[in-house]
Design a protein around this ligand. Structure first.
Ligand code: DGY
Length: 329
C-alpha cells in the first residue's frame, strides 16, 4: 500500500500527479487556509506533508500526528516550522533554497526601484485622473544608479541584490550580516562590511534580507529608522516582524525616511492599517518569489524532498535539501 501524504495548499496539478505515482495524496483543491486544529485533523494517518511558508508545525502538531515522518516546504524561509521539535520527534524537514534566489532578488530590486522612483504613488495619481499638466518636480524621487545600497543579511538573496546593484547600476554596496563574505566575493561585488549602525546611517537604499528568528524580531524599529537618511528608502523582502510596521508607517508619514517597499508584513495577510494610508510605500502581497517558473521549481523541489524523505524515488533516503538529514541517518 502506498504511504499517505497531505498537500496542504492548492499547488500545480502536474506536481500533485507526480506525488500520486508514489503516494495516496489528499489535496486541498479549495485552497482553504486551515486552522492548526483542522491541519491536525487532515494530517491523521499521513506519513508526510507538503507545506508552504505559512502552516505552523510545532510540538502540539507533532504530538497529535505521531505517524508524521516528513515535513517538506516549498518555501526557503522555515520560521513556521519548529525544527528542533521536528528533529526530536524524528521528523525530516526540508525547505526550498536556491531555486528562488534570482527571482526574489529581481523582485527586491524592483521594489526598491519602485520606492525610490515613486512608481506606485505616481501610478495611483494618474489613475485617479489628477494628472493635468507636466511639472518640473513631479514625483521627483531619488536615483538608484550610483547610490549606496545597504544590504542587511548577506545570504544568497542578499548577494543577488548586491550583484544587481553593483554590476548593473554602479551602486556602492555596504552590508551587515552575521558573518563576513569571503574576500573574493567582497571584491567581486565591491562590497564593504559595516556595523548595523553604519549601514543604517550610510545607505541610500536599504534592502532587508535576513531570515526571521526571535532575535531578528523588530530588528528595525523607531530607533533604527531614526538613524537613516531622510532621503533613504527601505525595502523588506525577508519576513514580516523583522521591521516594526507601526514605527515604519510613522517614519514614512513624518518623512523620517523617503519611501519604502514592502512585500512582507507582521501578521500577514493583515497589513498594519497605517501602512495602507501613507502614500510613500509600495505594498505587495508576499510575491517576491512568484514568477511561474520559480514557483513551479519550488513546488517540484518540495515534491522531490517528500518522495526521497519517505524512502522512494531516485533520491530515496536522501532528500536534496533536508534541514535535519540526521533524522534519516
Ligand atoms: C519563501 O520561500 O520563504 C518565500 O518567502 C515564500 O514563502
Amino acid at each position: 500500500m502506498k504511504p499517505s501524504v497531505l498537500v496542504c495548499r492548492a499547488v500545480f496539478p502536474d506536481i500533485v500527479d507526480r506525488l500520486r505515482e508514489y503516494f495516496e495524496v489528499e489535496t486541498n483543491e479549495a485552497d482553504v487556509v486551515w486552522s492548526p486544529a483542522e491541519l491536525i485533523q487532515h494530517l491523521q494517518g499521513k506519513a508526510g506533508v507538503f507545506i508552504t511558508g505559512t502552516q505552523p508545525i510545532d510540538t502540539a502538531l507533532l504530538e497529535a500526528c505521531p505517524q508524521l515522518k516528513a515535513v517538506c516546504s516549498m518555501a526557503v524561509g522555515y520560521n513556521n516550522v519548529d525544527l528542533p521539535a521536528c528533529t526530536a520527534h524524528g521528523v525530516l524537514v526540508s525547505n526550498a533554497p536556491d531555486v528562488l534566489t534570482e527571482t526574489t532578488a529581481d523582485f527586491g530590486f524592483a521594489l526598491m526601484m519602485a520606492a525610490a522612483r515613486r512608481i506606485a504613488e505616481s501610478e495611483h495619481f494618474l489613475r485617479s485622473g489628477a494628472w493635468t499638466k507636466w511639472s518640473v518636480d513631479a514625483f521627483a524621487g531619488s536615483d538608484v544608479h550610483g547610490a549606496t545600497l545597504g544590504v542587511l543579511g548577506m545570504g544568497r538573496i542578499g548577494r543577488g541584490v548586491a550583484r544587481r546593484g553593483a554590476l548593473g547600476f554602479g551602486m556602492k554596496v555596504i552590508y551587515h550580516n552575521r558573518s563576513h563574505l569571503d574576500a573574493a566575493t567582497e571584491a567581486a561585488l565591491g562590497a564593504r562590511y559595516v556595523s548595523k549602525e553604519a549601514l543604517l546611517r550610510e545607505a541610500d537604499h536599504l534592502v532587508i534580507v535576513v531570515p526571521y528568528s526571535a532575535a531578528a524580531h523588530h530588528l528595525i524599529g523607531a530607533a533604527e529608522l531614526a538613524l537613516m537618511k531622510p532621503t533613504a528608502t527601505l525595502t523588506n523582502i525577508a519576513r514580516g516582524g523583522i521591521v516594526d510596521d507601526a514605527a515604519l508607517a510613522q517614519a514614512l508619514r513624518d518623512k523620517r525616511i523617503a519611501a519604502a517597499g514592502l512585500d512582507v508584513f507582521e501578521g500577514e495577510p493583515a497589513v498594519h492599517p497605517d501602512l495602507l494610508t501613507v502614500p510613500n510605500v509600495v505594498l505587495t502581497p508576499h510575491i517576491a518569489s512568484s514568477s511561474l517558473p520559480t514557483r513551479r521549481a519550488m513546488a517540484n523541489l518540495a515534491a522531490d524532498n517528500l518522495i526521497a524523505a519517505l524512502g522512494l524515488g531516485p533520491n530515496k533516503g536522501k532528500p536534496p535539501t533536508a534541514l535535519n538529514p540526521e533524522v534519516l541517518a
